[in-house]
Each structure stands twice: as C-alpha cells, then as structure tokens.
Design a protein around this ligand. Structure first.
Ligand SMILES: Nc1ncnc2c1ncn2[C@@H]1O[C@H](COP(=O)(O)OP(=O)(O)OP(=O)(O)O)[C@@H](O)[C@H]1O
Ligand SMILES: [Mg+2]
Length: 269
C-alpha cells in the first residue's frame, strides 16, 4: 500500500506547522517507520530542524522548477536524524522562483514525487505560511491534510480558511484528500482563554480537532539542537513526544497499514 502523504498547513504563519511536521517525523522514526519530509517553505525551518549533514545539491525549488515525473527522488537527501528520516530540503530561492505555469501547475509536486510513496511509510509536506501556490501544490500531492492552529481569537476563522483550501483542492481534482486533524498548538491549558478557544474549535469542527500540543520549552530546545523530540531528555519532551505519538496514530494510520503488510507477508510465506 502507498504511504500516506500528509500536508501540514495553516492560514497563518508561526502557529506550528514545522513543529507538527518534525513532531510527526520524530514519532514515526520512534516507531521505526521510514519518513520523507518535503520542505516547501523557503524559510527552510524543517530542513534546519533535521540537521542535514551537508548542504543539499537539490532542493524543492529545483524539483518544482524541473517538474519531471519522479524527479523528486533525485533530490532526496539523508538527514542528521538517521537512516529512517530523509528530506527534500528547501532553500531561500523557492521564494523567488514561482512555480512555473504550463500544464497543470498545481500538480508539479505530485508528479515530481511519483514513486516516493513506495519507498517510505509516510511523506510529510511542511507548507509555507500562506495558502498560495506552494501550499496548493502540497494539497494536490497529499492524501491527508493536517491543519495547525493556535487557541486564539482567530483560531476558528484560520482553521476554516485552511479547511476551505483543502475542499477547493478536493473539488478541483484531488477528491481523495481529507482533513484528518485540526491540531491546536502552543496550548496553555491553565489559561481560561485557551480553554475557551479550544471549546470553540471543538464546537466548530468536532472530533477532527485533536488533543492540543502544549507550549513547551523542550520543543524549542530540541528544534534548536536539530534533534528529534523523542531523543530530547526532559519530562516536557517526553510529554510532547506522547502527544505526537497520539497524533501520528490519528493522522496516518501507518501502524495499521504495517500490520496489514505483516499479515500479508505471513500469508505469503
Ligand atoms: N508547542 C510549542 N511549544 C513551544 N514552542 C513552540 C511550540 N510550537 C511552536 N513553537 C515555536 O514557535 C515558533 C514557530 O513555530 P513553527 O516554526 O513550528 O511554526 P510554523 O507555522 O512552521 O511557522 P512558519 O509559518 O513561519 O513556517 C518556533 O520557534 C517553534 O519552536
Ligand atoms: Mg514552518
């Protein structure tokens, strides 16, 4: 079975897309799953967090510009997170290099990633902070969308705009795409304001809203050190890691999928 391709997006910048992408990659690695992180943000934060050994030869910018079927496989590089986690890194040039027009410009990423789903258990697409062309490319390549938001006044509105972008991609051709999780990040549950905003999100989106990711210093420390949150030694890191484990189970049922493969393999032998 092909790996789930998970686009992590939000309407606003700085709400935690990269944090959720890296958290999911860390959780999958912890379960010995193979993950490909595609950094679609010219800021390259996911690329930095994955602690690449050397500066990359090819980036998502090159991949989108080239646009040949399967060309993304040539841009895959190993990361400092070990053999299970690879990346297609980003660079600043992505910002200036608008995705070329031509036939079906929103499907360039999907075409470029052709064949990648056979090689990994999950593919994560870290989107830039807008619902522009790069995010639209992610939504055409993805099988699932994870919307990240913060428990703030604009949370419901922001999540609704992201969900709408997913629905548009659905109507325009990627009919299999689903929003599998709306993740409230940087929650401080002691604050009544945050509890109120979380209740609002639940009222608007029901069970699609996951357990919130708490505000934790360990998340910033691990990111700064380029280390998976599961390898960071503190009680805050352990707690954050558990939240990402739950989220992994929710957004990409790769354990169930792997089990199905194991059963098939046993039946074959
Ligand atoms: N749960 C959290 N606890 C503590 N710090 C967090 C948490 N989530 C995110 N941060 C910090 O907030 C900043 C923004 O987070 P992040 O980079 O994940 O957001 P983003 O949505 O990817 O941003 P951008 O839109 O710029 O890509 C980072 O410095 C990150 O370490
Ligand atoms: Mg980011």
């Amino acid at each position: 079975m092909d790996a789930p391709v998970v686009a992590v997006l939000s309407l606003k910048g700085g709400v935690g897309k990269t944090t959720v992408t890296l958290g999911l990659a860390s959780a999958a690695r912890h379960e010995s799953r193979r993950v490909l992180v595609v950094d679609l943000d010219p800021q390259g934060n996911a690329t930095a967090g994955l602690n690449l050994a050397e500066s990359p030869a090819f980036t998502t910018s090159d991949v989108l510009y080239d646009g040949r079927t399967g060309v993304g496989l040539e841009a895959i590089t190993s990361t400092g997170w070990g053999s299970l986690v690879d990346a297609i890194p980003a660079e600043r040039a992505l910002e200036h290099r608008a995705v070329p027009s031509g036939t079906d410009p929103v499907r360039r990423l999907q075409r470029a990633l052709h064949g990648a789903a056979d090689r990994y258990d999950m593919i994560l697409l870290d989107c830039p902070p807008s619902l522009g062309e790069l995010t639209r490319n992610a939504l055409f390549a993805a099988t699932q969308a994870v919307v990240v938001t913060e428990p703030s006044y604009f949370a419901v509105q922001g999540a609704a705009a992201a969900v709408e972008a997913v629905e548009v991609a659905g109507r325009e051709g990627n009919s299999a795409l689903r929003v599998t999780a709306i993740v409230p990040n940087r929650a401080r549950l002691r604050l009544s304001e945050h509890q109120y905003r979380l209740a609002e999100l639940h009222a608007a989106f029901g069970d699609t809203v996951t357990e919130p990711v708490s505000e934790r210093t360990a998340i910033q420390q691990a990111q700064g050190a380029g280390v998976p949150i599961h390898d960071w030694k503190s009680s805050g890191a352990r707690s954050a890691a558990r939240t990402f484990d739950d989220l992994l189970g929710r957004v990409a049922d790769i354990s169930g999928q792997a089990m199905a493969q194991d059963i098939a393999a046993q039946e074959d032998s």
